[in-house]
Write a protein that binds this ligand. Structure first.
Ligand SMILES: NC(=O)c1ccc[n+]([C@@H]2O[C@H](COP(=O)([O-])OP(=O)(O)OC[C@H]3O[C@@H](n4cnc5c(N)ncnc54)[C@H](O)[C@@H]3O)[C@@H](O)[C@H]2O)c1
Length: 309
């Protein structure tokens, strides 16, 4: 199948592109290299990489027109929350207007499926696992931008010629992360020693390993869908605190990894819990996560050269 991946040079995108190539799809990556460049992707005869900003409708239409994708994975976005808060106009421009342009190009070139990555940040603060039926209630500009992304997807699916899936992704971790989220922040400090400075140690998140994310995406690429528009969570259904991560790392490494909570790393608005209800994707595609937190962190430590494989 011919597949376009926007944001394909990024953290999640590069893992997805590798899997698509391994499964013998033809892939075009569209990325403006803002956060990651083509050096993150393999040289492969079935891979084309185009430097395009998704806000540039003409360049998108030309690239899509030349390639004629059957499916588009739309991942290009600005998503590091402190950056989004500091740059709200740019965030809305890329995440909302950019999505509109990607959908226009996809429809023009008759792609039949668009799988766009949304986020758990569209949910309101909630003290249990979030089902897809929970009314949205984002608390920051990033969450609002993805809420609007979902609305654009739904509107474009109403024409009847495109199937759109909004994937509410939870907290991804794994090799090659581009943004300074908590796990890469811990890894960076582990290279210096075992005393780590962090923000909140108690907030709980649904951490999902890259290989599980990619398997979830592939299950959605293959799924038979009854409706033209679908919203689905992609998370493990298990919540872990930052302290749980540190305890698991200590256990794997066989020595204590100690952390101090520092004011400078605290986020102004930090939800105590963000957890996926994953029953919908299980019923739809049979997808289930394979990696435990311990297995995922072990894989990451090996990639980082902090643990022998
Ligand atoms: N990483 C996570 O934990 C997580 C969680 C939930 C949702 N998501 C979503 O998953 C997607 C991928 O996230 P990621 O972690 O790989 O981020 P990333 O920053 O590594 O990847 C985003 C990619 O998009 C590109 N990009 C940014 N602006 C662009 C523009 N205007 N035009 C073209 N390309 C542009 C960047 O260069 C980068 O390669 C994003 O949509 C993000 O919102 C990620």
């Amino acid at each position: 199948m011919k597949v376009i991946v926007t944001g394909g040079c990024g953290f999640v995108g590069a893992h997805l592109v590798r899997r698509l190539l391994a499964d013998e799809h033809q892939v075009m990556v569209v990325d403006n290299f803002m956060n990651a460049g083509p050096e993150r992707l393999p040289s492969h005869p079935a891979l084309i990489v185009r430097e395009i900003d998704i806000r540039d409708g003409n360049a998108l239409s030309q690239a899509f027109g030349a390639f004629r994708p059957e499916c588009v994975f739309h991942l290009a976005a600005i998503h590091f929350i402190p950056y989004c808060n500091a740059h709200p106009t740019e965030t809305l421009d890329v995440n909302v207007a950019g999505t509109q342009r990607v959908l226009e190009a996809a429809r023009l070139t008759k792609a039949s499926r668009v799988i766009a990555v949304s986020t758990a940040a569209v949910y309101p603060p909630y003290n249990a696992a979030c089902p897809e039926t929970l009314p949205q209630g984002p608390v920051d500009v990033y969450g609002y931008s993805k809420w609007l992304t979902e609305a654009i997807l739904e509107r474009h699916s109403q024409g009847g010629d495109i199937t759109a899936i909004a994937v509410r992704l939870f907290n991804v971790y794994g090799p090659g992360e581009t943004n300074p989220h908590v796990i890469p922040h811990i890894m960076e400090q582990l290279h210096q020693g075992d005393a780590i400075n962090l923000g909140s140690l108690s907030s709980q998140r649904d951490y999902i390993y890259t290989a599980d994310v990619v398997a979830g995406f592939m299950s959605l690429l293959a799924a038979d869908l009854a409706n033209p528009y679908l919203v689905v969570n992609l998370g493990t259904g298990e919540a872990h605190s930052v302290q749980d991560i540190l305890d698991t790392l200590s256990d794997i490494l066989g020595r204590p990894v100690r952390a101090q909570s520092k004011e400078q790393f605290m986020r102004k608005a930090d939800r105590p819990l963000l957890l996926a209800d994953r029953r919908k994707i299980l019923a739809l595609t049979g997808w289930e996560p394979v990696y435990t937190l311990r297995e995922g962190l072990s894989g990451l430590l090996i990639e980082e050269g902090l643990l022998e494989g």
